[in-house]
Design a protein around this ligand. Structure first.
Ligand code: ZN
Length: 361
């Protein structure tokens, strides 16, 4: 099997506890090492997916109009709910929100917050790139000595490239059909190069311009995960938001079902890595909610602030869907994942650790 060179192999410390030899403790002035770290985090973002479908399944009135069958959330997204049952789901409608910081609930600020651990500095989808401040991708790269570092970003929507990293060229990026450095980096690996090329040549529907349809993004990302087992992988799927903007509820549900298949495949990989003593955490979330109208989202629709998150894996307790007692924010995610990975990352904001997904006493 062809693999990119990775010198960050870890030392086994306990039966399920791994300590990277490149934790910040090895760096002068680095933060104290966490006592437990996971080897892999895979973060999957489904663009513009409402908490309603995640927690209550298909909306009956809208389904009638669209001519689709009403099913509950576990039938709509069986793999996501398998994760939630052995992990944690945040954002259930009975409790306080898992929310975006805003003030504009649109995609690029959402992804910027997700990856930087702070409210986005830009409020529209025109954030300048590269990211002005360190992201979780950069934090992982700083603990790696290999080039490319052990972080990878795959997305259907090309704009994510602008907020993924403050240091382009270190992590592997494949954003949209043409974006990022993946084409050059994967040139030597025929199987991956072919998948990347296939995505480049795909028609952008249901998106437009440089958009790469989710099935191509997922095919490449899953194959790369098999080959390279990165420490941190971001997979951004976007067909759901494109179809929702078109008012196509049936298409949105289909895209959600296909995304669930991807979640299932990532879960299978994660289980395999766990069986190899490589502790792994899988997180699934979204960049924003949707307006009551379903088609829209943004600052004019405060209800689209509401997001959701599912996490499972080593170190994540099996609590299922929990009722939040206070609002938690997307900006809390990146510092939490950095802690799980044992990489130094302290965004200068009020972001807190999401202790709901941490197995803390
Ligand atoms: Zn949108």
């Amino acid at each position: 099997m062809l693999r990119l060179h990775r010198p960050w192999l870890v030392t086994l410390v306990g039966c399920s506890t791994l300590l990277s030899r490149e934790t910040p403790a090895d760096q002068p002035g680095g933060a104290p090492p966490p006592s437990k770290t996971v080897q892999h985090v895979v973060l999957i973002a489904l663009d513009g997916v409402r908490y309603q479908e995640i927690f209550t399944g298909v909306e009956a009135a809208r389904a009638r109009h669209a001519g689709v069958v009403v099913v509950d959330q576990t039938a709509l997204m069986p793999h996501l709910w398998a994760l939630a049952r052995r992990g944690v789901a945040l954002g259930a409608p009975t409790g306080e929100a898992f929310a975006m910081s805003g003030p504009n609930f649109v995609s690029l600020p959402g992804y910027a917050e997700m990856l930087s651990g702070r409210p986005a500095a830009c409020h529209e989808n025109n954030c300048p790139g590269p990211a002005a401040a360190k992201t979780l991708v950069d934090a992982v790269c700083e603990t790696a000595q290999a080039e490319p570092c052990s972080a990878a970003v795959f997305s259907s929507w090309p704009e994510i490239e602008r907020v993924a990293t403050s240091e382009p060229g270190r992590a592997l990026l494949s954003t949209g059909r043409e974006g990022g450095n993946a084409r050059a980096l994967l040139r030597e690996i025929p199987e991956l190069a072919a998948l990347h090329e296939r995505g480049r040549r795909a028609a952008p529907a249901p998106g437009y311009g440089g958009y790469r349809p989710d099935n191509e993004t997922a095919r490449l990302a899953l194959s790369y995960l098999e080959h390279d087992r990165p420490r941190f992988t971001f997979i951004g799927l976007g067909d759901t938001d494109e179809l929702a903007h078109a008012g196509d509820y049936g298409g949105y549900l289909r895209a959600l079902g296909e995304a669930d298949e991807v979640i299932g495949k990532v879960s299978e990989l994660a289980a395999r890595w766990e069986s190899m003593n490589e502790p792994t955490v899988v997180v699934v979330t979204t960049d924003h909610g949707r307006a009551e109208s379903f088609r829209d989202h943004g600052g004019r629709f405060p209800e689209s602030q509401r997001s959701w998150l599912v996490a499972a894996g080593t170190g994540v307790p099996a609590r299922g869907a929990i009722r939040l007692e206070r609002t938690r924010f997307m900006r809390d995610l990146a510092p939490t994942l950095a802690g799980l990975l044992g990489v130094a990352f302290a965004p200068p904001v009020e972001g807190e650790l999401l202790d709901e997904i941490l197995d803390t006493p």
